[in-house]
Structures are given as structure tokens and as C-alpha cells.
Design a protein around this ligand. Structure first.
Ligand code: GLU
Length: 448
């Protein structure tokens, strides 16, 4: 490894010792980009890598809100504006009890490189709160969103920073957030948020985009391997928006998701989560706020495995769509023992560092990295920004076609970069190399 890269990794670990998720994400990128740094000795003098692992700005704020009984609660809000070199900061908001500074920084860092891969002009950011929307009434969620925006509004704008949804933040929350932004600012800048409803400037295909994009990426991998998607079985984790889009697109192209998971365990449906009724039921389960995947087993009479993950099932393809650190080394060993060839990360950093290393070194396993596979969501957000700034609306076919073309391009570009650096078909290194180069060029040229 390049000695400058090595030094920055060790300083990173020292400086951010209590931020394990951030260290994991940054180390993964840094350890892939040595060949570029070797060719650019000027990076060290400019401290380019040190700048890249330090957010441009981190905002933390108090979010007080009143529950239905009149009790006031206080949560912590965040916005980490990680890197704005290639466009306005862009990235989702996450509402979940697990949110902390390390998670926000890891997601903002990943977002910088993901957004670079989309080829659209977007910088990287992430935000959110440790507020748990599960089990809260609609009015409580509304009051929380309004209070959150009362602080966030001063840090965002269509050419400054454009938040969107993520875990726990969907169309309903974006609506409440935008309503409050509009009241505070007194103008109709709907390009300030993406993932909006269709009635006020949302793009077609945005709700499906992350899942659809992941399947388009998967199809490009299969094409590379002279394989086809027809008849393939897929183990999916999670049952939120991303898993929903994946199940829907898999069914459309003749494959089937056979598992879903939640905090309570996982379900196995050998017929596939492939009918309209089953796919729509995922939305009902999510909207119920119960956060239990067992509801699916009860409704459709399939097997439920309490407290377990679906990674022991013998399938053709693995697609973790839940959240970070969903697949551990023990899970990875089961996946390899089952002879599964395609390991397609979908959620942000779903694989622990040791599990990822194991799978990447395992002969016959192809690993596709989340920052490329799940880029479809933010990509269509970028298209939503374009439509808003031009005050027009593209058809579903137009958006879908752009999504498919760019996702295929992300796969092909990563494969080509890895090949050029003599790394073979390494999609993880390839994505990091392509994403890093663009951000590095912009930062060097701007002298920042
Ligand atoms: N939260 C999604 C992501 O991680 C979407 C972000 C966006 O659309 O800005 O990419």
C-alpha cells in the first residue's frame, strides 16, 4: 500500500477512535485507491486525503417535540456536510434510535463517493436524528419533523444542501419537512428536498429507484458472467422501501425474492414475494409502525424464523437491503458454504469488515459494493433536482430509462477501472477508484 495512504489510515484511526463505522467506511475507500495516489505525488503536499476524511461541516442541534400526552421530549439532530466539491451537498435523513455521529459521518462519507458515481453534480452529506418513528402517532411524527426543520432550514437550500429520505424518513416525513420549510422561508423552492410527493414536485420512479437500480446493477453483473436473471432465487433482508423496490423489479424480470427480515427474525416464502398482493403488503407492514416481519408469515402462511437472519438459505443471489453490519463473518461463511456466487450489497455497508474481506477473497464469489448498487436512489433524486429547477416533469419511462442507463454505466465503468489497474473483475475497488478520481480532481482543481 502507498505509504501516504497508510499514514492517513493510521491517523484516521487515532483521531476518530470512538467512531467505528466511520473508520470502517473510510478505511475501505482509502485502501482501494493506492494506485491512483501512487501516480499523484502532489496529493500528499495538498493533504488531499486528510481533507477527504474530515467533513467540511458538522451540524448538531437540539430537537424538542411534544408527544400526544403533552410531554416534551428532546432528541439530537445532525447534518454532516461532508464534501461539496462536485455539487450541492446531497444525501438522506435517517430517523432511528441507532443514529449517532459515527453513523452520520460514515454515511456522509459513503454518500460523497456514491454521488460521484452517479455522474450527476452532487456532493455528499447525511443527516437525521436518534428519534424513533416506530410506534409514534402521525401527529407526533409531524411535530417532530416541524421542529427538526425549524433548525435545519438555515443550513439547506436548492444550491446549498438538498436532503432526502433514508431509514425512517419516507414520503410522509418529506412532506411535513417541506411544508415547514416553505412556511419558514416563504418561497416555493421545492428543489430543497427530494423524494417529494408527486403533487408538489416529486419525480416519478423515486420511491422505486433504489430497489430498481440495484436490480439493474445486478443484471449488468449477470451479463458480465454470461448468466441470466430468469428463475433466480434471491435472499433479501429488510422489508422497507429498498427491499420493496428490489422485490418488485425482481418479479418483473422473472426472478424472485424468497426472504424478508426485520428486527424480530426472517420469513421464507418459497413461492417468492412476487405477487402484487404480497409486494403491496410490504408497504402495509412498514406503514403500520409495528416493525415486525412476522406479520407477513401470519398473513401468507409461510415459515417464520424468530431472531434469525436469512443468510443460511440456499439461494442463487444474496441482497442485504436492511442496514449496516447485517452480514457477519459467520453469515459469510454460511453463504460461501452454500456455494452462492453473487453477493450484492444494497443497504449502506451491510457487511462487517471481516465478512467483506472473507467474501472478496473467496474463489468464485462476486461481491458488488453498496455505494454503487444503491446509487439509484440518489441518482433519481438528482433527476428530481433537474426537473424542479426546470419546472417540468418527466414521464416514468423517461426516468426509468435514465436510471437503467446510468446504473449499467456505473457497473461497466467500475469493471473497466479495476481492469485498467490490473485488479481483474473487482467491483469494490473499481467503484472506489472511479468515485475517488472525480472528487479528487474537483478538489485539486478548486485548490480546496
Ligand atoms: N438515502 C438515500 C441514499 O443513501 C438517498 C439519498 C438522496 O436521495 O439524496 O442514497
Amino acid at each position: 500500500m502507498n505509504s501516504y495512504v497508510e499514514r492517513v489510515i493510521s491517523e484516521l484511526k487515532e483521531k476518530n477512535a470512538n467512531e467505528p463505522e466511520f473508520i470502517q467506511a473510510a478505511e475501505e475507500v482509502l485502501s482501494s485507491i493506492s494506485p491512483i495516489v501512487d501516480a499523484h505525488p502532489e496529493y500528499e503536499k495538498a493533504a488531499l486525503l486528510e481533507k477527504m476524511v474530515e467533513p467540511e461541516r458538522t451540524i448538531e442541534f437540539r430537537v424538542p417535540w411534544v408527544d400526544d400526552k403533552g410531554q416534551t421530549h428532546v432528541n439530537r439532530g445532525y447534518r454532516v456536510q461532508f464534501n461539496g466539491a462536485i455539487g450541492p451537498y446531497k444525501g438522506g435523513l435517517r430517523f432511528a434510535p441507532s443514529v449517532n455521529l459515527s453513523i452520520m459521518k460514515f454515511l456522509g462519507f459513503e454518500q460523497t463517493f456514491k454521488d460521484s458515481l452517479t455522474t450527476l453534480p452532487m456532493g455528499g452529506a447525511k443527516g437525521g436524528s436518534d428519534f424513533d418513528p416506530n410506534g409514534k402517532s402521525d401527529e407526533e411524527v409531524k411535530r417532530f419533523c416541524q421542529s427538526f426543520m425549524l433548525e435545519l432550514y438555515r443550513h439547506i437550500g436548492p444550491s446549498i444542501d438538498v436532503p432526502a429520505g433514508d431509514l425512517g424518513v419516507g414520503g410522509r416525513e418529506i412532506g411535513y419537512l417541506f411544508g415547514m420549510y416553505r412556511r419558514i422561508c416563504g418561497n416555493y423552492e421545492n428543489g430543497v428536498l427530494t423524494g417529494k410527493g408527486r403533487s408538489y414536485g416529486g419525480s416519478r420512479i423515486r420511491p422505486e429507484a433504489t430497489g430498481y437500480g440495484a436490480v439493474y446493477y445486478l443484471q449488468a453483473v449477470l451479463k458480465h458472467e454470461n448468466d441470466s436473471i430468469e428463475g433466480k432465487t434471491v435472499a433479501v433482508s429488510g422489508f422497507g422501501n429498498v427491499a420493496w423496490g428490489v422485490c418488485k423489479k425482481l418479479a418483473e424480470v422473472g426472478a424472485k425474492a424468497v426472504t424478508l427480515s426485520g428486527p424480530d427474525g426472517y420469513i421464507y416464502d418459497p413461492d417468492g414475494i412476487a405477487t402484487e398482493e404480497k409486494i403491496n403488503y410490504m408497504l402495509v407492514m412498514r406503514a403500520s409502525g409495528r416493525n415486525k416481519v412476522k406479520d407477513y408469515a401470519d398473513k401468507f402462511g409461510v415459515e417464520f424464523f424468530p431472531g434469525q437472519k436469512p443468510w443460511g438459505q440456499k439461494v442463487d443471489i444474496i441482497m442485504p437491503c436492511a442496514t449496516q453490519n447485517d452480514v457477519t463473518l459467520a453469515d459469510a461463511e454460511k453463504i460461501a458454504a452454500n456455494g452462492i456466487k453473487y453477493y450484492i450489497e444494497v443497504a449502506n455497508m451491510p457487511t462487517t469488515a471481516d465478512a467483506l474481506k472473507f467474501l472478496m477473497e473467496k474463489e468464485g464469489v462476486i461481491v458488488a459494493p453498496s455505494k454503487a448498487v444503491n446509487a439509484g436512489g440518489v441518482l433519481v433524486s438528482g433527476l428530481e433536482m433537474s426537473q424542479n429547477s426546470e419546472r417540468l416533469s418527466w414521464s416514468a419511462d423517461e426516468v426509468n430509462e435514465k436510471l437503467q442507463t446510468i446504473m449499467t454505466g456505473i457497473h461497466d465503468g467500475s469493471a473497466k477501472a479495476a481492469e485498467e489497474y490490473g485488479l481483474g473483475y473487482d467491483l469494490v475497488a473499481g467503484a472506489n477508484l472511479v468515485a475517488f478520481q472525480k472528487v479528487a480532481d474537483a478538489m485539486m482543481e478548486q485548490g480546496i
